[in-house]
Design a protein around this ligand. Sequence first.
Ligand SMILES: Cc1cn([C@H]2C[C@H](O)[C@@H](COP(=O)(O)OP(=O)(O)O[C@H]3O[C@H](C)C(=O)[C@H](O)[C@H]3O)O2)c(=O)[nH]c1=O
Length: 182
Amino acid sequence: MLVEETHLKGCFVITPKVFEDERGFFFESFNTQSFESKTGVKVNFVQDNISKSSKGVLRGLHFQKDAFAQAKLVQVIKGKVLDVCVDLRKESSTFGHYFSILLDDLNKQQLYVPRGFAHGFLVLEDDTIFSYKCDNYYNKAAESGILYNDEKLNIDWGLMQDAFVISEKDKCLSTFEDFLNE
Ligand SMILES: Cc1cn([C@H]2C[C@H](O)[C@@H](COP(=O)(O)OP(=O)(O)O[C@H]3O[C@H](C)C(=O)[C@H](O)[C@H]3O)O2)c(=O)[nH]c1=O
């Protein structure tokens, strides 16, 4: 597997080694030993999530607060997304900066999003299945987030601006300014 650190420290793009033959393909979607040796990050994932979305759905930007913060290893099982993570670590030199990447079932790439980040994705193909591992349990009371189109974050979501499908909850998320003043 190839591991490349992004410009956001601790956030990695992982390209697994895929074994293809006349039957199809095989790859290790996670291996603790390989992950830790290549990233230098010790992680203990405790929860796996899967969501299915239609084209145009935008989920995020989400994070869990404080002790309930989650690191995530995200990937697309079927379809394609523009995946985005935002550095919300106030001591970080890239605080407020984001990284985006196209994840799909062809490149089979994964993104490791450390604790202290907001995460979201825009779905670019119908019936996209998104799967991710979390290193902390879901805690509804600790859920928080930032508006996907926050002016200060200025995330480039591409050309589909008017066709997004967004939950009422996500439409009411905080601005980055509000997050700063919390
Ligand atoms: C996240 C989560 C949700 N739920 C329940 C709560 C709701 O009744 C239902 C749908 O939740 P929500 O609308 O928050 O799902 P997403 O919008 O896909 O949220 C996720 O989307 C972005 C991209 C993320 O990175 C987060 O992991 C996560 O917040 O599942 C659970 O039971 N467990 C969970 O871990």
